[in-house]
Design a protein around this ligand. Structure first.
Ligand code: NAD
Length: 504
């Protein structure tokens, strides 16, 4: 084991930062400049073994701490994140490329889940039946699983780790986080702040890496549960391999969210909402709205006419530009992927209305910027419709009527989020009830549920039965024990008699 070089990012194991057994490193870019700014250790099974040993040593005592004391660590952690907000937001933005306001949002949405965890004593209360039989009471209690692990994507390097470790730790588990190797600094800072908040050593650890580390986690016999968020193919792989190894697994995948625009919708509001929901964070959100479905030709024409100037007015800039609507995408490979999708859309016969390819920002010519892009007359047969692009690209798919609009998201392979824009309560109600998608917004473009509800998509957007955070999160990170106790009155006879078995 050795310490990583200055400016390189090592694991956070057993309360110590910077160590690794790794021989391999991954580059961490500043997407604004296109330059490598740090390297991250790509860890090995031996690194994971050290983290698991520390977790095993620490977890029983942490599980025995009463829940209100565990909640106090969450309160303190929330204060520390708030006190360090600007430093965290700037580090996050410099590795991810999102603008500072979005980086703060990433942290704030994570803190929402930490606030939920401050109430964990209430969420962990079991059920009780008095007098289920003569002298008999039955109760259930929630107990932690032991050691849990989380594997997270690049696009929310603060929020998604907090979704997972907040709940997992609050209920009494030890947790090992494998963040995205593309923006790994903030997850390590969060672990340090949890320690500063009073969390014992070994309860929250961070191991870095790629497939080698993910496989080590999935195969490790001491890890009881794995929570994953990332793209669908990897989510399916993680789910299958983790379940085959006997673990509890939840694996959230990709998305292609639709926004249905009914003829009676407030189009100014819709265009305003779409500017943020389709292009914010360069479209690199699993709850982005990359597909808009106007109902009827007349709605489509009116919407298109309002969208074009709004898109042309979007300002693309560096993360620290307070006027910028969005920044660069994560890396050069992703920029090329998004631009290839734009070409594919043209080749497939969609109408390219605004072309974001070849965009360069003066003074930042090597940054990974993609201009905002709009396609019209996209059809369900096109690959660019069927697949997730994950960039600043909005596609208009025209629908004849409500039923066709309802079918589009319902029949798509992904089922993360969907929104309907309308002033008609009946249409909205009908849509919410019938659409085959996990999270629905009514005049809400990004329907991310609040922390005390629960987050999770359907179809290829999530594998496993239990969602993130809220009571579903508590269920995922605990197992239920049910106790049947009998305390008969020793003096009674008949049904209440307490007969002590005797020998002979
Ligand atoms: P990704 O699938 O490339 O990576 C996610 C994690 O998996 C990372 O930690 C990565 O190191 C690991 N990984 C990558 N390749 C692997 C492999 N071959 N084997 C094992 N592990 C591997 O995803 P990303 O590009 O970091 O994130 C973007 C994706 O995440 C998008 O598809 C987006 O929709 C999705 N996402 C989904 C949600 C949700 O809640 N449904 C939320 C955020 C992001």
């Amino acid at each position: 084991m050795r310490r990583v070089a200055v400016h390189d990012i090592g694991h956070y194991i057993a309360g110590g930062a910077g160590e690794t057994e790794a021989a391999r490193y991954g580059d961490v870019f500043d997407p604004n400049s296109g330059k490598v700014q740090k390297r991250v250790a790509l860890g090995t099974a031996a690194d994971l073994d050290r983290a698991v040993a520390a977790a095993e040593a620490a977890q029983p005592a942490w599980a025995a701490v009463n829940p209100q004391r565990r909640a106090r660590v969450m309160f303190k952690f929330k204060e520390l994140v708030e006190a360090n907000m600007e430093e965290l937001a700037h580090t996050l933005a410099s590795e991810h490329g999102k603008v500072i306001a979005d980086a703060r949002g990433d942290l704030m949405r994570g803190l929402d889940v930490i606030e939920f965890c401050c109430g964990i004593p209430h969420a962990m209360k079991g059920e009780f039946t008095h007098g289920a039989g003569p002298g008999i009471d039955v109760w259930s209690m929630r107990q932690p699983l032991g050691i849990g692990a989380g594997i997270t994507p690049f696009n929310f390097p603060a929020m998604i780790p907090m979704w997972m470790f907040g709940v997992a730790i609050a209920v009494g588990n030890a947790f090992i986080l494998k963040p995205s190797e593309r923006d790994p600094s903030v997850p390590v800072r969060l672990a340090e702040l949890m320690r500063e908040a009073g969390l014992p050593e070994g309860i929250l650890q961070v191991v870095h890496g790629d497939k080698e580390m993910v496989d080590a986690i999935l195969d490790h016999p001491a890890i009881a549960a794995v929570s994953f968020v990332g793209s669908s193919d990897i989510a399916h792989y993680v789910y299958s391999r983790g379940v085959a190894a006997g673990k509890r697994v939840q694996a959230m995948g990709g998305a292609k969210n639709h926004g249905i625009v009914m003829p009676d919708a407030d189009l100014d509001q819709v265009v305003n909402d779409l500017s943020g929901a389709a292009f914010g964070s360069a479209g690199e959100r699993c709850m982005a709205l990359p597909v808009v479905v106007p109902v009827g030709e007349e709605t489509a024409e009116r919407l298109r006419a309002k969208l074009i100037p709004a898109i042309n007015a979007l300002r693309v800039g560096v993360s620290t530009d307070p006027e910028a609507h969005y920044g660069p995408v994560i890396n050069a490979a992703h920029k090329a992927k998004v631009e290839n999708y734009i070409q594919m859309g043209v080749d497939e016969g969609a109408e390219l209305v605004v072309d974001g390819r070849g965009f360069t920002l003066q003074g930042h010519e090597k940054g990974f910027f993609v201009g905002p892009t709009l396609f019209d007359r996209v059809t369900t047969k096109m690959k660019t419709y069927q697949e997730e692009i994950f960039g600043p690209v909005l596609q208009i798919v025209r629908a004849h009527d409500f039923e066709e609009a309802l079918r589009l998201p319902s029949e798509h392979q992904y089922g993360n989020g969907v929104a309907i824009f309308t002033r008609n309560g009946h249409a909205a109600r009908e849509f919410a009830a019938r659409v085959n998608v996990g999270m629905v917004g009514i005049n809400v473009p990004i329907p991310v549920p609040v922390a005390y509800h629960t987050f999770g998509g359907w179809k290829r957007s999530a594998f496993g039965d239990t969602n993130q955070h809220g009571m579903e999160g508590v269920k995922f990170w605990t197992k239920v024990k049910t106790v049947t106790g009998r305390w008969p009155d020793g003096s009674a006879s008949g049904d209440n008699a307490f007969v002590i078995p005797t020998m002979g």
